[in-house]
Design a binder for this molecule. Structure first.
Ligand SMILES: Cc1ncc(COP(=O)(O)O)c(C=O)c1O
Length: 379
């Protein structure tokens, strides 16, 4: 998280979202150290800022995309499409064709319909099948929308071969912000079953893609990346003697969430009944959308520019005429909080600006970047 001292020297008007690029580089290094032999492909959907893409590309990271537009952003900073995975299991046909023309050659899928699309738009491409896995210990489950079971995946990979595609790999996603390291163990075991079944038909899978879901810290502790890495390493070892030649992971949130802080000025303070309300110039529609996506809300860490040991529980809301822009309840903030003070919201680097709108005419925070001691506006 960007330090309080670093935040003090920023004199840009709020609202802004400041990201520490050095912290992202350190997080990437720690991820690679915890997962020896695993190639990182950053899931850029969670924060596609060019500064972050350049930082990770400069460290040799690959990328995972959801659409052609994301590929174009990578090409604009010089990333080779051959190093990019297209892991959205259901893609517009034109995006498949254009990505293939650009040199991207690996596509995920989970159905016969998608295979037919890929065979038509990207003949001979390499395909990797998305398994449905247990994602009950994640905050954002994905396995209702995507994935297939091991038996159907087996049939699909043989169909891929008949369609002239290259049966290349297997992937899964344990759900975003997954807090149970065992989820990767179970998912890798399922992938291993599929690999063994296919081997009997002469299909040897080259890639095992561990997907995303690696958690970030908000206000509660989560398993460390070292703990997850230990589970992953031992699950992969249990696949021996048949190990895929390429191991990949697609972390998004874990690499970037904790490296950013959002700063928003207090525009109003009210007492309604016995509830203390603080109105900020940002709310759920300006980057804090994950609050609305989770039944229990979302525990962003928050603190204020105003010093003061006496705290009160505040309801923190946004600037619009909607009540659904409310961010959190019972947040301990200084009792003397006033209009003009700044509230800082930590761990806001993932799935924030990527979702933000100008609802009611209130703009999203301006992105700023610090790194190696310098403060930069976006290029
Ligand atoms: C295919 C795929 N890979 C990776 C990710 C990144 O997930 P996370 O940010 O939880 O690591 C996502 C997120 O939706 C995804 O859909």
């Amino acid at each position: 998280m960007t330090s309080a001292a670093a935040l003090e020297v920023i004199d840009t008007p709020t609202p802004y979202l400041v990201t520490d690029l050095d912290a992202i580089a350190r997080q990437h290094a720690a991820f690679e150290a915890a997962m020896p032999g695993v190639r990182t492909c950053y899931a850029m959907k969670c924060n596609p800022s060019p500064e972050i893409l350049r930082t990770l590309a400069g460290r040799g990271s690959g990328f995972e995309i959801a659409s052609l537009a994301e590929l174009r952003m990578l090409q604009a900073i010089g990333v080779d499409p051959a190093e990019v995975l297209y892991s959205n299991p259901v893609k517009p046909p034109t995006h498949i064709a254009e990505a293939f023309r650009a040199g991207l050659w690996r596509f995920s899928f989970d159905s016969p319909n998608e295979l037919a699309k890929i065979a038509e738009q990207a003949p001979g491409a390499a395909v990797y099948v998305r398994l449905r896995v247990d994602d009950t210990n994640s905050v954002f489950p994905l396995s209702r929308k995507f994935g297939t079971d091991v038996e159907d995946a087996y049939d699909l990979m043989l169909l891929a071969r008949r369609l002239g595609l290259r049966p290349y790999g297997v992937t899964f996603h344990v759900g975003s912000q997954c807090t149970d390291a065992k989820a990767w163990h179970n998912a890798i075991r399922g992938a291993g079953e599929l690999m063994t079944m296919l081997l009997a038909d002469g299909v040897e899978l080259e890639m095992l893609d561990l997907g995303g879901g690696f958690p970030a810290r908000y206000t509660s502790d989560v398993p460390t990346i070292e703990e997850i890495g230990t589970v992953v390493t031992s699950a992969v070892a249990s696949l021996l003697p048949y190990a895929p030649s390429l191991l990949v992971a697609e972390p998004g949130r874990h690499l970037v969430a904790e490296s950013s802080v959002m700063a928003a000025t207090v525009i109003g303070r009210e007492a309604r009944g016995d509830e203390h309300w603080v109105y900020l110039e940002v709310g759920t529609y300006n980057g804090l959308m994950e609050v609305l996506q989770t039944p229990g809300g979302w525990d962003f860490p928050m603190w204020a520019s105003r010093p003061g040991a006496a705290l009160l529980p505040f309801t923190v809301t946004g600037p619009t005429c909607d009540s659904t822009d409310t961010v959190a309840y019972n947040v301990p903030l200084p009792a003397g909080l006033e209009v003009g003070d700044v509230v800082y919201i930590g761990s806001t680097g993932a799935y924030t600006l990527a979702y933000a709108s100008h609802f009611n005419g209130f703009p999203p925070p301006i992105p700023l970047f610090v790194g190696s001691g310098s403060l930069r506006a976006p290029r």
